[in-house]
Design a protein around this ligand. Structure first.
Ligand SMILES: [Ca+2]
Ligand SMILES: [Ca+2]
Length: 507
């Protein structure tokens, strides 16, 4: 083990001082929070306007079947940045921060691996669930902070991002299950000025770093956008991109949950995100959908500013741009709003690579996982490979989008609940053994659960093979949106409270 570490250090030092290090490409690493597949080139919503992401897709490879490893911020981001599945780390909830788990406290993350190879690592906004690092870094308003310890998540951080300017009181009526302050949406600020928004500041700081990047050192620059996470506030001009009528609403079936197992409700049992019933009764559906779309287009425009800055600095040719969303969001589909499901609207996200080593103008329909980012960037930038990553490099697909991949995309939400997405099918298995199967080709809205039909036994068997072999219970310190299940007594425990089979579904 010690020899291995020493070797890594020597390789890293050699890498730092060799001319090869200077020729290595930069990485611009762009995260979007709670961004589902309502993106122009993904066609998850026919009206979604994202010209800048589409432009980036045009000069790179866009994955059309990319899925997150967990439908929630902390576990999804932890998985991506550590290169490990949630079922391996046991990190499923909004807590713990992985450095507080003894087993993972020294884990070398993706940006740290780049730092060890001579990269200058910088970040602002929401990269981890706790911003640029679990509570550390980014203190002191408006002032970039240079970290001095080797354990720093990034060498340079800035405290921008987040909700930004907020109205004096919520714009929508009080929401059920606690009237959470984040559950809000609508036109804000009213002066049509975007510059006060957290995400605008994230983009501005990132642009400064691109402009002032040292010429003799490659960078790993991370920008984490907050919107379209709730509260979905955008200025009027972004709303004006979408018709103010019901043509914006996604298709839903009122009886859609009739053929989904009761256990599917346990994954989002009691949450601040309102159900479709409340949204409709309060005349908020169109407003929510337009607000979300407006925020998506606004964030897209901020990504456009970054792409322009790369062009202006003459760095586009030597910079790998990767864009990803940490998980999706339902806006009425399956009778809910929010995340915490194993369905397509919750797991499918924008995922684009562009830059050196990436073929331009490709669309890839092979399943891909955000877990693949770590090994892919290692290969693209020719860093020392690692044998302890659970993702697979996507370089074959970045060269030829038709290159086959055996492995489907796997999403887990707490121990025992998994979604397996292949090219054609989505198979879901819950901890109590109940199942769903959807033919995504003929039923892209996942309306008809085929799991009970013996005709599909072979399809189910093929997908079952991919259920995670390692399926850890929640790590110490797990909290917030944590679900456990005791098979012996058929008891589900949601956030510490037992759920009975007869309990009414909370609304
Ligand atoms: Ca998120
Ligand atoms: Ca259904």
């Amino acid at each position: 083990m010690k020899t291995h570490l020493l070797l890594t250090v020597v390789v890293a030092l050699l890498a730092t001082n060799s001319p090869a290090a200077q020729q290595r490409p930069n990485v611009l690493f762009i995260a979007i929070d709670d961004q589902n597949d309502w993106i122009g080139h993904l066609r998850g919503h026919p009206m979604a306007k994202t010209p800048h992401l589409d432009r980036l897709a045009g000069r790179g490879t866009a994955f059309l079947n990319a899925h997150i490893q967990s439908p929630l911020c902390n576990p999804s981001r932890t998985s991506l940045l550590l290169g490990l599945r949630p079922t391996t780390t046991g990190i499923y909830g909004l807590a713990p921060w992985f450095r507080n788990v003894p087993q993972w406290k020294d884990r070398v993350t993706l940006p740290q691996h780049f730092a060890a190879h001579g990269y200058r690592t910088l970040a602002t906004g929401k990269i981890y669930h706790g911003g640029t690092g679990g509570g550390g870094g980014g203190k002191g308003k408006g002032k970039a902070k240079t970290a001095s310890t080797a354990a720093a998540e990034f060498q340079i951080t800035a405290p921008y991002g987040g909700v930004g300017t907020r109205p004096p009181k919520k714009l929508i009526p009080p929401t059920p299950m606690g009237d959470h302050p984040l559950m809000d949406w609508g036109v804000w600020p009213l002066d049509n000025d975007d510059t006060s928004k957290g995400d605008y500041q994230v983009a501005s700081w990132t642009i400064e770093q691109i402009k002032n990047a040292p010429k003799d050192q490659p960078f790993f620059l991370a920008a984490g956008f907050f919107l379209p996470h709730v509260p979905c506030y955008a200025t009027q001009k972004w709303f004006d991109l979408y018709p103010d009528d019901d043509s914006v609403l996604p298709p839903v079936r009122p009886d859609d949950r009739g053929d989904t197992p009761r256990f599917s409700w346990y994954l989002h049992w009691e949450l601040p995100e309102p159900r479709l019933k409340w949204i409709k009764e309060n005349n908020q559906w169109r407003n929510l959908v337009r607000s979300y779309l407006a925020c998506t287009s606004f964030t897209d425009s901020q990504i456009g500013r970054l792409l322009d800055a790369l062009d202006d600095a003459g760095l586009a040719k030597n910079t790998i741009v990767v864009v990803w969303g940490d998980h999706g969001w339902h806006l009425g589909e399956k009778a809910i709003s929010g995340k915490n499901t194993l369905w397509e609207r919750s797991t499918r996200v924008p995922f684009i690579f562009a830059g050196p080593g990436v073929k331009a103008g490709q669309r890839c329909a092979q399943p891909a996982e955000l877990l693949d980012i770590y090994p892919t960037l290692i290969e693209l930038c020719k860093l020392t490979p690692r044998t302890d990553l659970e993702g697979i490099s996507l370089v074959p697909q970045l060269k030829n989008a038709a290159a086959k991949r055996d492995r489907p995309a796997i999403t887990s939400h707490n121990q025992g609940n998994h979604g397996i997405r292949s090219e054609r099918w989505r198979y879901i298995r819950y901890a109590d053994g109940t199942e769903e199967l959807y033919d995504m080709k003929s039923d892209p809205n996942e309306w008809t659960n085929l799991a009970g039909n013996p005709k599909y036994a072979a399809v189910i068997a093929q997908h079952k093979k991919w259920l995670p072999k390692i399926d850890e219970p929640p790590a110490p310190g797990s909290a917030a949106r944590v679900l456990t299940y005791d098979k012996a007594t058929d008891t589900a425990i949601w956030e510490g409270k037992p759920v009975k089979r007869s309990d009414p579904i909370p609304e």
